[in-house]
Ligand binder design. Sequence first.
Ligand SMILES: C[S@@+](CC[C@H](N)C(=O)[O-])C[C@H]1O[C@@H](n2cnc3c(N)ncnc32)[C@H](O)[C@@H]1O
Length: 217
Amino acid sequence: MTEPSFLTAVRESYDTVAAAYLERVPRPGEMDPLSRAMLAGFAELVRTAGLGPVADLGCGPGLVTAHLAGLGVPAFGVDLSPNMIGLARHAYPDLRFTEGSMTALETGDDELGGILAWYSTHHTPPQWLPAVFAEFHRALAPGGYLLWGNYAGDERLQPTHGYGLPVSYESYLLPLDRVIGLLEHAGLVVTAKLEQEPGGRVNRPHACLLARKPETP
Ligand SMILES: C[S@@+](CC[C@H](N)C(=O)[O-])C[C@H]1O[C@@H](n2cnc3c(N)ncnc32)[C@H](O)[C@@H]1O
C-alpha cells in the first residue's frame, strides 16, 4: 500500500536535518524544569506500575529515550527517519531503536507500560490523529501511561526550512482542548495537564498531557 504523503515528507525532511537537529536541540538536562518534572513523574509512574517498557514514538536522535532509561525505565525508540535512528543507535548502542511509524506500530496489543510522544505528533495532519491515538490505546497495557508533549496553538505551518536546511513537512498546532478530546475519544483518560507560555528555549506556547488507559475496558 502506498504510504500517505505526509509520512514521506516527514521522513525525507528529518533525514535531511538529522545531524543539524542533534546539534541544536536542547539536551534533556537543559529543558525547562516543568517539562523535566513531567518526564520524571511519568518515569516514576511507569516504573512503579511495572506494566512493560516505554516506547518513545518519534524518538529522533534518542536523547529523551536515553534520559528515560537513565531514570530507570526500560525504554526503546521508534522513528520514521532512518538517519535519526542511525544517530540514536550510534549514541546509545545499548538501547533499542527501530524505524517505524506511530500510525501503524509493530507492537502487539496491551504490550507497553508507557508511550512517550515528545514533540513528535505535530507533523501528523489532524484527520490522522484519531488513528494514531487509537494505536496508542491499542498498544498500551491496561493501566499504562501516555506522556504527550508539544507546541500548542491553532495554526498550520508550512515551513520551507528547518534547522537551516530545506524541509517539506508541515506542522499542525492544535488547541490543547482539541488534543484532550481526541485522546479521550480514543479511550484514554487525561489525568494531568501542564500549559506553558513561551519562555526559555521554547518560543511558542507548549503543553504536556499525562493520560492513562483504563484498567478495565
Ligand atoms: C521534533 S523531532 C522530536 C524528536 C524527539 N522526540 C526529541 O524530543 O528530541 C520529531 C521526530 O518525530 C518523528 N516523527 C514524526 N512523525 C512520525 C511518525 N508518524 N512516526 C514515527 N516518527 C515520527 C520525526 O521523524 C522526528 O524525528
